[in-house]
Design a protein around this ligand. Structure first.
Ligand code: FES
Ligand code: FES
Length: 176
Protein backbone atom coordinates (compact mmCIF):
# COMPACT_ATOMS: atom_id res chain seq x y z
CA UNK A 1 0.00 0.00 0.00
CA UNK A 2 1.44 3.35 -0.96
CA UNK A 3 2.04 5.94 1.70
CA UNK A 4 -0.42 8.79 1.99
CA UNK A 5 1.01 12.12 0.89
CA UNK A 6 0.01 15.59 2.01
CA UNK A 7 0.10 18.76 -0.03
CA UNK A 8 1.77 21.66 1.73
CA UNK A 9 2.79 25.19 0.79
CA UNK A 10 6.07 26.67 1.94
CA UNK A 11 7.57 30.09 1.30
CA UNK A 12 11.29 29.40 1.19
CA UNK A 13 13.69 32.31 0.83
CA UNK A 14 10.80 34.34 -0.56
CA UNK A 15 9.84 31.76 -3.21
CA UNK A 16 6.51 29.91 -2.90
CA UNK A 17 6.61 26.11 -3.25
CA UNK A 18 3.92 23.45 -3.25
CA UNK A 19 5.08 20.02 -2.13
CA UNK A 20 3.53 16.60 -1.66
CA UNK A 21 5.16 14.89 1.27
CA UNK A 22 4.56 11.82 3.40
CA UNK A 23 3.53 12.67 6.95
CA UNK A 24 6.89 11.51 8.33
CA UNK A 25 9.01 13.69 6.02
CA UNK A 26 11.37 15.89 8.03
CA UNK A 27 11.71 19.55 7.11
CA UNK A 28 15.46 19.04 6.66
CA UNK A 29 14.81 16.30 4.08
CA UNK A 30 12.10 18.33 2.34
CA UNK A 31 14.49 21.27 1.96
CA UNK A 32 17.45 19.17 0.86
CA UNK A 33 15.84 16.46 -1.24
CA UNK A 34 12.56 17.95 -2.49
CA UNK A 35 13.75 21.53 -3.01
CA UNK A 36 17.46 20.88 -3.63
CA UNK A 37 18.52 23.39 -0.95
CA UNK A 38 21.46 21.39 0.31
CA UNK A 39 22.95 24.32 2.24
CA UNK A 40 20.97 23.10 5.24
CA UNK A 41 23.27 20.45 6.67
CA UNK A 42 22.26 17.42 8.66
CA UNK A 43 24.65 16.18 11.32
CA UNK A 44 23.15 14.49 14.35
CA UNK A 45 19.46 14.38 13.32
CA UNK A 46 18.64 14.62 17.03
CA UNK A 47 18.47 18.38 17.60
CA UNK A 48 21.91 18.47 19.23
CA UNK A 49 24.42 19.91 16.74
CA UNK A 50 22.49 22.80 15.19
CA UNK A 51 23.85 22.25 11.66
CA UNK A 52 20.29 22.05 10.29
CA UNK A 53 19.10 25.33 11.82
CA UNK A 54 16.79 27.39 9.60
CA UNK A 55 14.67 30.43 10.37
CA UNK A 56 10.92 29.81 10.58
CA UNK A 57 9.19 33.17 10.59
CA UNK A 58 12.56 34.60 11.61
CA UNK A 59 12.99 32.25 14.57
CA UNK A 60 15.85 29.72 14.54
CA UNK A 61 14.63 26.13 14.59
CA UNK A 62 16.13 22.68 14.09
CA UNK A 63 14.92 21.45 10.70
CA UNK A 64 15.73 17.85 11.72
CA UNK A 65 13.13 17.98 14.51
CA UNK A 66 10.27 19.42 12.46
CA UNK A 67 7.85 17.53 10.26
CA UNK A 68 7.42 19.21 6.90
CA UNK A 69 3.60 18.92 7.17
CA UNK A 70 3.68 21.00 10.35
CA UNK A 71 5.30 23.82 8.37
CA UNK A 72 2.39 24.26 5.94
CA UNK A 73 2.02 27.99 5.20
CA UNK A 74 5.23 29.00 7.00
CA UNK A 75 7.92 31.35 5.76
CA UNK A 76 11.36 29.73 5.99
CA UNK A 77 14.82 31.18 5.46
CA UNK A 78 17.69 28.81 4.77
CA UNK A 79 21.34 29.71 4.46
CA UNK A 80 20.77 30.15 0.71
CA UNK A 81 18.43 33.03 1.50
CA UNK A 82 20.83 35.11 3.59
CA UNK A 83 22.77 36.85 0.81
CA UNK A 84 21.15 39.70 -1.13
CA UNK A 85 19.65 38.85 -4.54
CA UNK A 86 22.70 40.41 -6.24
CA UNK A 87 24.99 38.06 -4.30
CA UNK A 88 26.19 40.58 -1.72
CA UNK A 89 27.01 38.61 1.39
CA UNK A 90 24.93 39.31 4.48
CA UNK A 91 26.81 40.93 7.39
CA UNK A 92 27.08 37.56 9.15
CA UNK A 93 28.43 35.83 6.04
CA UNK A 94 30.89 38.67 5.42
CA UNK A 95 32.03 38.53 9.05
CA UNK A 96 32.71 34.78 8.83
CA UNK A 97 34.83 35.46 5.77
CA UNK A 98 36.66 38.39 7.42
CA UNK A 99 37.34 36.58 10.71
CA UNK A 100 37.98 33.05 9.39
CA UNK A 101 34.92 31.77 11.22
CA UNK A 102 34.95 28.43 9.43
CA UNK A 103 37.25 25.59 8.53
CA UNK A 104 35.46 22.60 7.00
CA UNK A 105 32.22 24.61 6.89
CA UNK A 106 29.90 21.76 7.83
CA UNK A 107 28.49 23.58 10.84
CA UNK A 108 28.52 27.01 9.16
CA UNK A 109 24.98 27.19 7.73
CA UNK A 110 23.55 26.58 11.20
CA UNK A 111 25.79 29.21 12.75
CA UNK A 112 24.93 31.76 10.07
CA UNK A 113 21.17 31.38 10.53
CA UNK A 114 21.43 31.27 14.33
CA UNK A 115 23.57 34.41 14.50
CA UNK A 116 21.39 36.25 11.97
CA UNK A 117 18.43 35.78 14.30
CA UNK A 118 20.52 36.39 17.43
CA UNK A 119 21.65 39.80 16.22
CA UNK A 120 18.04 40.84 15.67
CA UNK A 121 17.44 40.33 19.39
CA UNK A 122 20.86 41.52 20.57
CA UNK A 123 22.29 43.92 17.97
CA UNK A 124 25.38 44.89 20.01
CA UNK A 125 26.40 41.77 21.93
CA UNK A 126 29.18 41.59 24.48
CA UNK A 127 31.77 38.82 24.15
CA UNK A 128 29.76 36.80 26.67
CA UNK A 129 26.46 37.38 24.86
CA UNK A 130 28.15 36.37 21.59
CA UNK A 131 29.20 33.09 23.24
CA UNK A 132 25.68 32.54 24.56
CA UNK A 133 24.22 33.22 21.11
CA UNK A 134 26.14 30.29 19.62
CA UNK A 135 25.94 28.05 22.68
CA UNK A 136 23.50 25.62 21.03
CA UNK A 137 25.62 24.98 17.92
CA UNK A 138 28.49 22.55 17.69
CA UNK A 139 31.64 23.00 15.60
CA UNK A 140 34.25 20.28 15.42
CA UNK A 141 36.93 22.43 13.80
CA UNK A 142 37.29 26.00 14.95
CA UNK A 143 37.53 26.11 18.73
CA UNK A 144 34.82 28.82 18.60
CA UNK A 145 37.19 31.78 19.08
CA UNK A 146 36.90 32.92 15.46
CA UNK A 147 33.16 32.32 15.48
CA UNK A 148 32.78 34.60 18.50
CA UNK A 149 34.92 37.18 16.69
CA UNK A 150 32.62 36.77 13.67
CA UNK A 151 29.54 37.49 15.79
CA UNK A 152 31.09 40.72 17.05
CA UNK A 153 32.24 41.71 13.55
CA UNK A 154 28.79 40.94 12.12
CA UNK A 155 27.24 43.28 14.69
CA UNK A 156 29.63 46.05 13.58
CA UNK A 157 28.92 45.44 9.90
CA UNK A 158 25.16 45.46 10.49
CA UNK A 159 25.41 48.79 12.33
CA UNK A 160 27.62 50.25 9.56
CA UNK A 161 25.25 49.13 6.81
CA UNK A 162 22.22 50.49 8.69
CA UNK A 163 23.97 53.86 9.13
CA UNK A 164 24.93 53.95 5.42
CA UNK A 165 21.39 53.08 4.39
CA UNK A 166 19.95 55.80 6.64
CA UNK A 167 22.43 58.37 5.26
CA UNK A 168 21.50 57.42 1.68
CA UNK A 169 17.80 57.74 2.38
CA UNK A 170 18.30 61.07 4.12
CA UNK A 171 20.32 62.34 1.15
CA UNK A 172 17.52 61.18 -1.15
CA UNK A 173 15.03 63.15 0.93
CA UNK A 174 13.12 60.04 2.05
CA UNK A 175 13.63 60.71 5.74
CA UNK A 176 12.94 63.80 7.88
S1 FES B 1 21.10 17.77 12.41
FE1 FES B 1 19.59 18.91 13.38
S2 FES B 1 20.46 19.50 15.24
FE2 FES B 1 21.95 18.19 14.36
S1 FES C 1 33.98 24.46 10.61
FE1 FES C 1 34.10 22.30 10.58
S2 FES C 1 32.54 21.67 11.92
FE2 FES C 1 32.62 23.79 12.15
Amino acid sequence: MSERRHEISLLVNGIPHKLEVPGRRLLSDALRHDLGLTGTHVGCEHGVCGACTVLVGGVPMRACLLLAVSMDGESITTVEGLAAPDGTLSPVQQAFRDCHGLQCGFCTPGFLTTITAGLQDTPAPSQEQAREMIGGNLCRCTGYQNIVASVLRAAELTAERTAEHTAERTAAGELG
